[in-house]
Design a protein around this ligand. Structure first.
Ligand SMILES: [Zn+2]
Length: 258
């Protein structure tokens, strides 16, 4: 039975039940006209990113509009997330590609199918974390499809290999903007080095980004202690509302997200 073994609160179970009952009777056209409401959100993020698990996690396809899942992540099968996170990844990659044609976002680890501990990470356990590679330019200023964790220095140049690539600040800022303005999920953190945060915020000021957006970016962009995050963004979303109380948020709740 669809609910056996699942953990969901009353609201989510009720939605699942009603949706299950309705979907059988919907025509393809009706489904197409109701893309948001027809398929219920069935994932449940349980616990915390550092000690949690995932139920009915949604799989991120290996590639989609504007993104590709890197090989290492495919091998590790770390491509499952809360439905909200998976929807967010798809949307932000699509939005950056729409703004900058040909953009390909390198998506790295989300969580394992059932969540839990995963190699190389202290978190990524309950479907609310995802790593993104940076959008990079080659030495001639041409956008490349980045499939590697390339460390970037305070001037925006790669250190390994040295000076071979440059941080594509406008494109990476477009990604941050898409993450902070998406309705698919609410972003709590974007972990990245202070140096890259400075590059992004300087660019945002130069292009006249809204003061609200800049303030939000100042809050969520964070170098987490000694883990510099010079070579990728680590994005964490808040618990989806429907996953409470099984899902635990830890850390600050930004005023603009309440
Ligand atoms: Zn990460």
């Amino acid at each position: 039975m669809w609910w056996r073994g699942s953990i969901c609160n009353y609201q989510k179970c009720f939605i699942l039940f009603i949706s299950s009952a309705l979907i059988g009777g919907l025509s393809p056209a009706a489904l197409a006209n109701n893309p948001k409401g027809a398929i219920p959100n069935s994932s449940v993020s349980i616990g915390t990113p550092m000690g949690g698990r995932l139920e009915n996690g949604e799989v991120l396809p290996k590639k989609g509009s504007g993104y590709v899942l890197i090989q290492e992540t495919q091998r590790r099968r770390a491509r499952f997330g809360a439905s909200e996170l998976v929807a967010l990844v798809k949307e932000v990659a699509f939005r950056v590609q729409r703004k900058y044609r040909g953009s390909v976002l390198g998506v790295a680890d989300l969580s394992r199918r059932l969540g839990g501990r995963i190699d190389h990470h202290g978190s990524h356990q309950n479907g609310r974390d995802v790593d993104f590679l940076f959008y990079l330019l080659d030495i001639k200023g041409k956008s490349i499809a980045n499939h590697a964790f390339v460390p970037i220095d305070a001037n925006g140049y790669s250190t390994e290999p040295p000076m071979a690539y440059r941080f594509d600040t406008p494109r990476n800022w477009a990604l941050i903007e898409a993450l902070l303005t998406s309705k698919k999920a609410i972003v709590q953190w974007i972990f990245v080095s202070d140096a890259i945060k400075a590059l992004l915020l300087t660019h945002a000021q130069e292009v006249g980004a809204s003061p609200l957006l800049i303030r939000q970016a100042e809050q969520v962009l964070r170098q987490p202690g000694k883990k510099l995050h010079m070579d990728h963004f680590h994005v964490r979303i808040y618990c989806p509302r429907t996953d409470k109380p099984a899902c635990d948020d830890i850390g600050p709740r930004w005023a603009w997200t309440r």
